[in-house]
Design a binder for this molecule. Structure first.
Ligand code: TMP
Ligand code: ASP
Length: 254
């Protein structure tokens, strides 16, 4: 098959032109970066696992009525998505102190937050994705106040849903990053969940042992990174060995 035209290459994914207008193909690479490209590496098999995990989570999120860009998985590393205009904001939702929050505010990692906290980061590699507030987002027109309200409401629903989903398979959802896009259809515009949700963009800790099952293993030079991603997929019942028809669904832990 002739190679599709590449539209964009990011750190962990490539976006190609889709088979029909209004669609794109999202390809998941094994490349990993951290600290805005200062640390680079390859995690063999990561792309295959993230494709599956993101497919699974986006599908479940769609089922509770939150619109997403996901259409269907095409193969081991590619998924068909709706073409959207990405809103240049990374929305981070936190349930437990970790990472940059712990560093910035001196709150010990692992401390449960009094309530879920939402933060925004402006997507800019040159500026190192600076943290911004609602005032910056609306004043500079990165999103309208209405769009921001919608993103907050969707993010809180996604957080509650994913927290429960992961809890059911023995994993604590510490925090995660999501992105949104504007999807134009006919005369309508809808804000939809975009990008990916995977161990690259979440902190996932084993409920019993607090073991890290996410990209922090790479950020912190720990071993068994691919194995940790694979364990997340296994617990969700979506190991790539099983064909699309025999997805078992979550395995409930006691
Ligand atoms: P942080 O504690 O480093 O700010 O990260 C918060 C969450 O966001 C964590 O789950 C990792 C995720 N994240 C990304 O997906 N991409 C990024 O560029 C950063 C900085 C964090
Ligand atoms: N994704 C960011 C980077 O590549 C940061 C991170 O995830 O730690 O540099």
């Amino acid at each position: 098959m002739a190679r599709r035209r590449q539209i964009y290459e990011g750190k962990a994914k490539v976006i190609f032109e889709g088979p029909e207008p209004g669609t794109l193909v999202q390809y998941f690479k094994d490349d990993a970066t951290a600290f805005n490209n200062q640390k680079r590496g390859t995690i063999t098999g990561k792309g295959v696992l993230n494709n599956r995990i993101s497919e699974y989570l986006m599908t479940r999120i769609g089922e509770i009525g939150v619109p997403t860009h996901f259409v269907r998985r095409l193969n081991m590393r590619e998924q068909l998505i709706k073409e959207v205009e990405i809103i240049p904001i990374e929305v981070v939702v936190r349930n437990v102190a970790a990472g940059s929050l712990s560093k910035r505010l001196g709150i010990p990692e692992g401390q449960t937050l009094p309530r879920s906290i939402i933060e925004y980061y402006y997507k800019s590699d040159e500026l190192d994705d600076p943290m911004v507030g609602e005032e910056h987002i609306t004043a500079f027109g990165w999103s309208s106040p209405q769009e921001l309200d919608e993103m907050v409401a969707m993010s809180l629903r996604i957080n509650d849903f994913l927290s429960g989903l992961f809890f059911g398979v023995g994993i604590r959802l510490i925090d995660f990053k999501i992105e949104y896009g504007r999807h134009y259809a006919n005369e309508d515009m809808r804000i939809v969940l975009a990008d990916e949700i995977s161990p690259d963009s979440c902190r996932l800790w084993d409920l019993q042992t607090n073991e890290k099952m996410d990209k922090d293993r790479f950020r912190r030079d720990m071993d068994n990174i691919a194995e940790a991603y694979q364990e997340v997929a296994r617990r969700l019942g979506i190991l790539p060995e099983s064909g699309p028809s025999d997805i078992k669904g979550p395995q409930v832990m006691q």
